[in-house]
Design a protein around this ligand. Structure first.
Ligand code: PEP
Length: 250
């Protein structure tokens, strides 16, 4: 039995006072004990978020990291810096990092490997573009992103990985994959894991769906056997919406 996860990717939203206010609503809410809850605020408020959630079960993730240990990388943040403020979970491979900041599968793979080697857990994101779905190459695209992004990750290290399938055409667009489309891809991802690793790894790894998940569609998506929760963008910025999505994952 896989414990579901609902993770909120706040992207470049919420300043310090907004972060405190959203987190105070989340930590005081009555949440199901069988759902893991994650929030990923911006770097500048991460330490405050760690402090605000310290007496709760909510985990705090970073939205990115640099694979290098330290050095002349202006504007970047290392794993050690994150660890020093109590963050040991990171979102990698988000389509906005790939599309806007040019992160290739190889760059993302370096970040994945470094992160797991220092003991972090990783929410690894991937998903096809609309044109790739239209031309029918979406299964191959996803398999390729998985094999390149997870290159060198061992069976045992897969315990530190959570996968997040996010079709790019559904992110921030209001257009969601249907529960059937999402389940079909998640089942494909489990077969990929079975071939690349083992049936045990395939049955243990949590696979989240992301792309315009809202309180109104979360239950139908999460009801599918291979969907283990969601990575939530826009709807994670409003406490009542995020909590409704958490409740749908129970
Ligand atoms: C995301 O950015 O990971 C995401 C799924 O965004 P949204 O829920 O807004 O589509």
């Amino acid at each position: 039995m896989r414990t579901p996860i609902v993770a909120g990717n706040w992207k470049m939203n919420k300043d310090l006072s907004e972060t405190k206010s959203l987190l105070s609503e989340l930590v005081s809410a009555d949440v199901p004990s069988n759902v893991e809850i994650v929030v990923a605020p911006s770097f500048v408020v991460l330490e405050s978020a760690v402090n605000a959630t310290s007496n709760s079960t909510i985990a705090v993730a970073a939205q990115n990291v640099n694979a290098a240990a330290n050095g002349a990388f202006t504007g970047e943040t290392s794993l050690n810096m994150l660890g020093s403020i109590g963050v040991n979970l990171v979102i990698l491979g988000h389509s906005e990092r790939r599309d806007i900041y040019g992160e290739t599968d190889e760059i993302i793979n370096k970040k994945v490997i470094q992160s797991i080697e220092v003991g972090f857990r990783v929410i690894f994101c991937f998903g096809e573009q609309l044109s790739e779905r239209k031309e029918g190459s979406h299964f191959n695209v996803v398999s390729e992103q998985l094999s390149l992004g997870l290159k060198g990750v061992t069976d045992q290290q897969m315990d530190q990985i959570v996968l997040a399938y996010e079709p790019v055409w559904a992110i921030g667009t209001g257009e969601t994959a249907t529960p059937e489309q999402a389940q079909e891809m998640h089942s494909h991802i489990r077969s990929f894991l079975s071939d690349a690793y083992s049936t045990e790894v395939a049955s243990k790894v949590r696979i989240l769906y992301g792309g315009s998940v809202k309180p109104g569609n979360a239950k139908d998506l999460f009801a599918n056997p291979d969907i283990d929760g969601g990575l939530i963008g826009g709807a994670s910025l409003v406490a009542s919406d995020f909590l409704a999505i958490v409740a749908a994952a129970e």
